[in-house]
Write a protein that binds this ligand. Structure first.
Ligand SMILES: [Zn+2]
Length: 341
């Protein structure tokens, strides 16, 4: 019998964050609009992906195959095909950002981690832009990436940050690389979110050729209106509202763990563990810390906890660098920093 795969409709921001932003909205009309979007996000998240991933084309092994669709402000997916692999750039900035971001993410996984696309077999990368009207979110729906334009007041469009694009694409990788996928609730859900932030940030660092010291370790810098904040989350300092935004409620360690917290809240803990490991290992995050975290994915189960991730990354460090290696010790110490294990 085939193992059921846990797929998620996984968002870059939580409906809880949208509700908090609604409280800050200057007008009643904007508040209602945000509350409606929070409802839509919660509803979409509850939906199960029915269509098998194979309904989307599987490109020949070794090929990078991107398709970008335009939803024309509707909610039907994928929408109208507007750009394909190797076709000329569009006049539409969002189309090109989705295309280029998917390309940079594909190249990272292919060149650095030797993984051929989401399923490891060259699966086509499908993205839809202009989803709904002024939609304040981006998500992976189990099959493809979907981006809203933002309302222009709180959010400026979700294709504007490479780490957001890599975050969404990584949800697809996690769904395939973790045997059975990761359940999108509780600690396994927070891990799912964290893994997307980890590779979101690593892909950005790789693209910009930034060392662990040079990187900003922010998620979503550039997609928020400056009046709202600088970024969605910080891996270096989760919950520091000075470097993110006024509603950032991420804990940095288990001391701040939120029982029944949103997956985007408790993800601050494993995010910071990755940061601590990468800083300890020095150099570039994609040299050692990234490959260790990636290898750990295959050692997880659908309901994995933070402690399971600590164990899996330690085991991965041993497999890659040897027992009692400096890398193993760095990973173990990083999880101690956040109070896991
Ligand atoms: Zn996510």
């Amino acid at each position: 019998m085939a193992t059921p795969t846990h797929r998620c409709t996984c968002f870059i921001i939580s409906s809880k964050m949208l509700r908090k932003l609604a409280d800050l909205a200057p007008t009643e009309a904007e508040r209602h609009c945000l509350l409606d979007q929070a409802e839509i996000s919660a509803h979409l998240r509850g939906q199960r992906s029915m269509a098998p991933a194979t309904m989307f084309g599987v490109a020949a092994l070794g090929d990078k195959q991107r398709s970008v669709y335009d939803a024309h402000n509707k909610s039907t997916l994928p929408g109208k095909l507007v750009r394909e692999e190797a076709s000329a750039p569009s006049k539409d900035v969002a189309v090109n950002q989705a295309y280029d971001g998917a390309g940079a993410t594909y190249d990272f996984f292919r060149e650095v981690l030797k993984r051929n696309s989401i399923d490891g077999k060259g699966m086509r990368l499908d993205s839809t832009v202009h989803y709904q009207t002024r939609f304040n979110n981006a998500f992976w729906n189990g099959q493809q990436m979907v981006y809203g334009d933002g309302d222009g007041k709180l959010f400026l469009g979700f294709t504007g940050a490479l780490d957001v694009i890599a975050h969404e694409l990584t949800h697809g990788i996690t769904q395939n690389a973790v045997p059975g996928g990761l359940v999108y609730e509780d600690q396994s859900g927070a891990l799912n979110e964290s893994i997307s932030d980890v590779f979101g940030s690593v892909v950005k660092q790789w693209h910009l050729k930034q060392s662990v010291e040079q990187a900003d370790w922010l998620i979503g810098a550039g997609i928020m209106a400056p009046s709202v904040g600088k970024a969605l989350r910080s891996m270096a300092d989760p919950g520091n509202q000075q470097v993110t935004w006024s509603g950032d409620d991420q804990p940095k360690t288990m001391a701040g763990y939120v029982e029944d917290g949103d997956v985007h809240t408790n993800s601050g803990i494993p995010n910071h563990a990755f940061y601590a490991a990468a800083i300890a290992l020095k150099g570039n995050s994609w040299d050692k810390a990234g490959p260790i975290w990636y290898k750990a994915l295959s050692l997880l189960t659908p309901n994995a906890t933070f402690a399971d991730m600590a164990k899996a990354t330690t085991q991965a460090a041993v497999l890659l660098y040897g027992d009692k290696s400096a890398e193993q010790h760095a990973v173990q110490a990083a999880w101690k920093v956040v109070g896991v294990a």
